[in-house]
Design a protein around this ligand. Structure first.
Ligand SMILES: [Zn+2]
Length: 263
């Protein structure tokens, strides 16, 4: 038992007073088993702890941000946007004419007005093929889906939506209402290519059901068509058009020459 060291005697017996050069305060350094004096200024210790704590918090935040960004990307990918357009934003849309500048300003103003979107404000975009309508639609989705919200959006062509809802007619395992609900409950629904094929009466019944539910829930819808506005109104009927007009609904005309060849 002769080798046993009495620690309390050792530490209290062998200590020295040191002065912190940074804080100018005195503190104790203690002999560590004869291997020199060790100790740290209490203020320096506090600062070191704070730096460690800040670094940990920063790492936690970075990891959370990365997860939220990943979820945002997933929501954009699952929106149904074609891959070519999925990541297009308003800043990628470069207007070369006053008309294009106007269209960009109106559509981006629409997407950025969160308060009006919450009240279900809708928008109709009409214009010829290849003028950038789908680009702007994708930009809306990229604008409203943020890492810190839970917004989900659906982009679908009119014929795909109807075909999907009607798949319930053949497949008994899915019911039509749940398919309609998918479209009627999305935070944002963008229906493209309206009027590419002639809409039959029963297609319009399904379209109206989706639109009417969204209207009731105050969810915004964007309709996109190559038709002239009067043709589109005739096709969709007053009941749908009236709902689109409510709450400051917007109509945008994009009827310049196609720029698809240039892009
Ligand atoms: Zn110090």
């Amino acid at each position: 038992m002769t080798n046993q060291i009495n620690l309390s005697v050792l530490s209290s017996a062998k200590s020295i007073t040191a002065k912190c050069e940074i804080h100018g305060i005195d503190y104790q350094k203690h002999d560590f088993f004869g291997r020199g004096y060790h100790g740290i200024c209490p203020e320096c210790a506090k600062e070191a702890d704070q730096i460690k704590f800040d670094a940990e918090q920063k790492a936690i935040k970075a990891s959370n941000d990365a997860k939220l960004n990943e979820l945002r990307s997933e929501r954009i990918k699952s929106s149904g946007l074609p891959a070519r357009f999925a990541w297009k934003t308003f800043s990628d849309y470069v207007p070369t004419t006053p008309d294009q500048e106007h269209a960009l300003a109106v559509v981006s103003g629409y997407a950025k007005n969160t308060e009006k979107l919450k009240r279900g404000r809708g928008m109709i975009i009409t214009g010829t093929v290849g003028v950038g309508k789908t680009h702007l639609a994708a930009s809306i989705i990229n604008e409203i889906i943020k890492p810190d919200n839970s917004v989900n959006a659906i982009y679908v062509t009119f014929s795909d939506m109807i075909r999907h809802i009607r798949s319930a007619w053949r497949d008994r395992s899915v019911d039509e209402q749940s398919l309609i609900n998918k479209y009627s409950s999305a935070s944002m629904l963008i229906i493209d290519e309206i009027g590419v094929q002639f809409g039959s009466d029963s297609e319009m019944v399904q379209m109206f059901e989706v639109m009417n539910k969204r209207y009731g829930e105050m969810l915004p819808t964007v309709l996109i068509s190559n038709l002239q506005m009067d043709e589109l109104c005739k096709l969709l009927g007053d009941r749908i058009i009236d709902r689109m007009r409510e709450d400051d609904g917007i109509a945008v005309l994009m009827d310049w020459e196609s720029n698809r060849s240039a892009s």
